[in-house]
Ligand binder design. Structure first.
Ligand SMILES: NC(=O)c1ccc[n+]([C@@H]2O[C@H](COP(=O)([O-])OP(=O)(O)OC[C@H]3O[C@@H](n4cnc5c(N)ncnc54)[C@H](O)[C@@H]3O)[C@@H](O)[C@H]2O)c1
Ligand SMILES: [Zn+2]
Ligand SMILES: [Zn+2]
Length: 361
């Protein structure tokens, strides 16, 4: 029997989101219906609404979520009803060329539910990142559910489902930051501040936060930034160099994803340093760099999809660090809101007033 729940839908490019009735079919083989308890508002949801990801409207938005397994389909053995889970968008297949080489964090064939959620008129919905969790319940593949310690409150735990995991992983895993490294993070939203927290956890000695908003720079200090640069007032590269003996940082993380922030990351790093791009560019953006500088400055230019995370490995570990007081996940939650307030949360994000608004159901 299908079930009807309320959910937040983006119907057309740039149009405000609306609350709609969502029809959820019973979970098919390998699928799980999850009762959502909390779901953070990520900039990627706004990218979807703006048509910057692709054009498969209508979208069921929301993807940074935690909740409880409601019902499971045939053949599901890893989770059972009542389990407390964080949803992920990397249910690895185990069989693609990346998985077969032992690099499942690059899995090229991740699983989502094959059964479709629809509007009441039968229109198929595209769930954001294969999740769609601004809804009372949603339908995912079993591998998208990662069990974690239920002492971690859902508004906090759900954040690991996307942006905070992406930022932490960009620093720890993709950037491979280690003790004594100098680090700069450009863009101090939820993703950038998570990268700062990750850099601190990994032992970076200098952590430079770069943003165009002083309020964000203040928050960045709470996550571990040792220096701040407001790149509206001064050149980001010069600022990074000033705090790294004139050399630039070992690792620079671009958590915005624009040509000018990438260029600042590229020139703000030391020779043989690493750039990590974790912000998601708009498909229209282009980059123009002298190739001789790409060669001459050496090092590596990396992109970080979802922080190169492996949910089964990283979510429980990071929740444990949070419960031990070593990872301030609760600081990311600026406010708790209801489903009806997602559009307003986008506006607050746009105005730079929040790190994460979290829908609590
Ligand atoms: N790679 C991944 O897997 C992944 C996962 C989640 C989110 N993201 C992406 O990461 C990016 C950041 O997400 P978020 O939720 O933190 O967004 P956010 O809007 O909360 O934060 C962006 C921050 O960048 C700052 N900023 C904007 N333009 C800037 C500029 N030119 N120079 C310096 N700072 C600037 C803003 O003031 C803000 O503090 C988005 O592009 C999002 O889509 C990527
Ligand atoms: Zn795979
Ligand atoms: Zn996200």
């Amino acid at each position: 029997m299908s079930e009807v729940v309320r959910g937040v839908v983006a119907k057309a490019k740039g149009a405000p989101v609306s609350i709609e009735n969502i029809v959820i079919p019973d979970p098919g083989p390998g699928e799980v219906k999850v009762k959502i308890t909390a779901c953070g508002v990520c900039h990627t949801d706004l990218h979807y609404r703006e048509g910057a990801i692709n054009d498969e409207f209508p979208y069921l938005l929301g993807h940074e979520a935690a909740g409880f397994v409601d019902t499971v389909g045939e053949g599901v053995t890893d989770v059972q009803p009542g389990d407390y889970v964080i949803l992920n968008w990397r249910a690895v297949c185990g069989d693609c060329r990346a998985c077969r080489r032992g690099r499942p964090w690059y899995c090229f064939n991740t699983h989502n539910a094959a059964s479709k959620m629809t509007l009441e008129d039968g229109t198929e919905l595209s769930p954001a990142l294969g999740i769609g969790a601004f809804a009372e319940k949603t339908l995912v593949a079993a591998g998208q559910c990662t069990k974690v310690d239920r002492r971690a409150p859902a508004p906090v735990a759900g954040l690991l489902g996307c942006g905070v995991m992406a930022g932490l992983g960009a620093a720890i895993t993709t950037g491979n930051i280690t003790r004594g490294d100098t680090v700069a993070v450009i863009g101090c939203g939820g993703v950038g501040d998570a990268a700062i927290a990750g850099a601190r956890l990994a032992g970076a000695s200098t952590i430079i936060a770069v943003d165009i908003d002083d309020r964000k720079l203040e928050l960045a200090r709470e996550f571990g930034a040792t220096h701040t640069v407001n790149s509206r007032d001064r050149d980001a590269v010069e600022g990074i160099q000033e705090f790294t003996g004139g050399f630039g940082a070992d690792v620079v993380i671009d958590a915005v994803g624009r040509p000018e922030t990438y260029e600042a990351a590229f020139y703000g790093r030391d020779l043989a340093g690493t750039v990590v791009l974790v912000g998601v560019p708009d498909p229209t953006m282009r980059l123009d760099l002298p190739l001789i500088d790409v060669f001459g400055r050496g090092g590596s230019l990396k992109s970080s999809w979802y922080g190169d995370c492996l949910p089964s490995r990283d979510f429980p570990m990071l929740i444990d660090l949070y419960l031990q007081g070593r990872l301030p996940l609760d600081r990311f939650v600026s406010e708790e809101i209801s489903l009806d307030e997602v559009e307003e949360a986008f506006a607050k994000m746009h105005r730079g007033e929040v790190l994460r608004s979290v829908v609590v159901l």
